[in-house]
Design a protein. Structure first.
Length: 172
């Protein structure tokens, strides 16, 4: 998290883990998380992103509705030292491409509000883009990974990049 004498958005995690450990801190749809569960989810996602190859200074474009997943992604990327670049979910994929090229995004994260972005042809439109993440609820037909609530996939044109990850968020 960097220099401990400076403010950082992830400082809230220690307070959640200690003072709000058993308190309900997020509710999205029928899913609820205590402080401890939320912190564990953020730290787990942080570890996964580091293993995937996301690094300090990398830009992650996110277009999603407000949810605990959205907040977890913002905190996990910030914890690594990455830069979160929110994209407007109302944009067309073409508008999002223009923004991602300008910011040199390494990863695109979107939820069901932008499900059409996952199937849009990507090719070399965003040269810096390495991964596309789709967040979906367990009942969604947008992306089927068994009981998983998300998937990370390499872009179609990067055959040498193998980055498929499904994780189960139902129990968290």
């Amino acid at each position: 998290m960097g220099n401990f004498s400076e403010a950082h958005i992830c400082q809230c995690l220690s307070r959640l883990a200690t003072q709000k450990r058993h308190s309900l801190v997020t509710t999205t749809g029928g899913r609820q998380k205590t402080g401890q569960q939320f912190v564990e989810s953020v730290l787990s996602l942080t570890r996964g992103l580091l293993q995937l190859g996301l690094r300090n200074g990398d830009v992650v474009a996110i277009s999603a509705f407000n949810s605990h997943w959205y907040l977890e992604w913002i905190l996990a990327v910030a914890f690594i030292g990455g830069i979160v670049a929110p994209l407007n979910y109302r944009w067309s994929f073409e508008e999002a491409i223009i923004a991602m090229v300008a910011i040199r995004s390494k990863m695109l994260v979107n939820d069901e509000s932008c499900y059409f972005w996952h199937s849009a042809p990507q090719g070399d439109a965003v040269p810096s883009l390495r991964w596309h993440v789709t967040l979906s609820s367990p009942s969604s037909n947008v992306i089927n990974c068994g009981n998983a609530c998300g998937a990370i996939s390499p872009l179609r044109t990067y055959g040498n990049m193998i980055a498929t990850l499904c994780w189960n968020l139902i129990s968290q």
